[in-house]
Design a protein around this ligand. Structure first.
Ligand code: ADP
Ligand code: MG
Length: 228
């Protein structure tokens, strides 16, 4: 029975994500369609036309952002039994984010205290969590940013600590993390942390945030390690 309950919970998370993404992407698409319809009017002024193109491009960016926050690594078939090499996946995320980090003048520091660590779960989802978190770290850094990533094993849990020396958050902001649409960025989706928190929950893990304005933020993910 327990197994069935776990499965049901997992399905709930997955279908919730699927429902939100289709809803979220539909909105910008609908507005782009509206602007294209308006633009087919031959008498439309050049000025209006330019404005509508600009808004449509912004809306397209938004749709892409939403897909990035939800589905960068999604696979068509859900596999929740990958044996995940945590360090390999972290390195993989760093490779993906290096161009973004370079543009923001941010450096990575990695500190793996143990050799191979494995967890069981869906590789693509764990990657999505780490990408969303590391990306927030990069976006929070103003100048000469440093993102530190550390792993350690405490009894049967692996702790993945991702910290930045960026602008930090107030207590209220920390409390709102994971709430859908909470964003302080002009082009943020406010969906990245919601996705991250629900994935960690589905993997039977925990996520904690410590942050101080002007000092930085530390995100601690704990996941059960593979049973030997
Ligand atoms: P988005 O990045 O699209 O705004 P997220 O769900 O990823 O949405 O993050 C929500 C908000 O939490 C961000 O807008 C930001 O205000 C805050 N936040 C998240 N991570 C950090 C961080 N490392 N440093 C500072 N603020 C952060
Ligand atoms: Mg984000």
């Amino acid at each position: 029975i327990l197994k069935r309950v776990l499965k049901a919970e997992k399905l709930e998370v997955v279908s919730h994500l699927a429902a939100s993404i289709s809803h979220e992407v539909r909105n910008p698409l609908t507005s782009i369609k509206g602007f294209l319809q308006l633009m087919s009017d031959k008498s439309l002024s050049q000025e209006k036309r330019e404005e509508y193109v600009k808004i449509s491009l912004q809306e397209l960016d938004r749709a892409t952002q939403i897909i990035n926050d939800y589905l960068t690594f999604a696979k068509p078939v859900s596999e929740d039994t990958d044996r995940i090499n945590v360090h390999m996946e972290i390195q993989n995320c760093i490779n993906v984010l290096t161009p973004l980090a370079n543009m923001a003048n941010v450096q990575f520091r990695i500190n793996f205290l143990y050799e191979d660590i494995h967890v069981i779960g869906e590789k693509s989802k764990l990657k999505q969590c780490m990408i969303n978190t590391i990306k927030n770290g990069i976006e929070a850094c103003e100048n000469s940013g440093i993102i530190e990533i550390q792993t350690e094993i405490i009894s049967d849990q692996v702790n993945i600590k991702i910290s930045d020396n960026g602008k930090g958050m107030t207590k209220d902001q920390v409390e709102r993390l994971g709430e859908p649409y909470f964003s302080t960025k002009t082009t943020g989706t406010g969906l990245g942390m919601m996705v991250t928190c629900s994935i960690i929950k589905a993997m039977k893990g925990k996520i904690q945030f410590h942050s101080e304005v002007g000092v930085g933020t530390e995100v601690l993910m704990s996941l059960p390690t593979e049973k030997k």
